[in-house]
Design a protein around this ligand. Structure first.
Ligand code: SAM
Length: 244
């Protein structure tokens, strides 16, 4: 079973992407600096990189980063393997709002409606169901590619990096963000990029160089709410790369 096709995960991701601070963390002492990660993956880097023509969000899930990228690019494409995530992203694009069922405990939940920032030009986006390891050649090339929390969710991370190299235009930038949670469930251990004495970042660098150079890397905390009293607090390493 693909967990990204379940109703539980759909609502967890709708909340992660579109919930307010209070929806996500109903405690004043919660780690609020870990909220709005899908936006921060973009806003933490883009002011330094500047405007782009075509951007691609690989593994876009329900689309918040894709929408954020419209502030910086004329056209943005979001791709995800999950049909229900893409259907949700397309419905949000159409309506400009989203209904989220927030799990409180057991079978008890609260339903809220949240609006997308009206400053976002939703008409710039297109969402497709697709495999980030084999992006349709019809989609063309890009001068900005984002892959947030994807590299440790694909079977062959090396193929993902190869595909990113293939799709990136000259002078293009890539943002890779991930907590590097390597799990057999998603990636056979022989394909993990972390080794006994090798970090994931150094392995990525080995694979991307010399075509791409590392510009900077930083830690980005993020929080995913499971229910009102249980949260996943993670720290992604977000790295910015430029085609040399
Ligand atoms: C951990 S989630 C991250 C989603 C989003 N980028 C974020 O940061 O919230 C991983 C996403 O990658 C998608 N995914 C997994 N394998 C994929 C593949 N081969 N091609 C495209 N999407 C994939 C899943 O459906 C899921 O939406």
């Amino acid at each position: 079973m693909n967990i990204y096709e379940t109703d539980l995960l759909l609502n967890q991701y709708l909340l992660f992407h579109y919930g307010t601070a209070e929806d996500q963390v109903p405690y004043s002492f919660g780690p609020r600096d870990a909220l709005f990660y899908p936006s921060r993956c973009v806003t933490d880097f883009l002011p330094d990189i500047g405007r782009k023509t075509r951007a691609l969000d690989l593994g876009c899930a329900v689309g918040r980063s894709t929408f954020e990228l419209t502030h910086w690019a004329d056209e943005v494409i979001g791709i995800d393997l999950s049909g229900q995530f893409i259907a949700a992203a397309q419905a949000i694009q159409e309506a400009g709002k989203v209904q989220i069922r927030i799990l409180e405990e057991g079978r008890r939940s609260t339903v809220v409606t949240r609006r997308l920032d009206p400053e976002i030009d939703r008409s710039k986006c297109r969402f497709f169901v697709g495999d980030a390891l084999r992006v349709s050649p019809e989609l063309g090339s890009f001068d900005l590619i984002l892959a947030a929390n994807l590299i440790d969710r694909v079977s062959r991370p090396v193929d993902l990096l190869g595909e990113i190299k293939r799709l990136l235009r000259s002078n293009g930038h890539v943002i890779l963000a991930s907590p590097y949670t390597w799990l057999e469930e998603f990636t056979p251990s022989e394909n993990w990029l972390a080794g006994a004495s090798v970090t994931t970042l150094s392995r990525i660098q080995e694979i991307l160089e010399p075509d791409l150079v590392l510009v900077t890397a930083k830690d980005l905390p993020f929080l995913i709410r499971e229910h009102a009293r249980k949260f996943q607090w993670s720290v992604a390493q977000a790295s910015l790369w430029k085609r040399s």
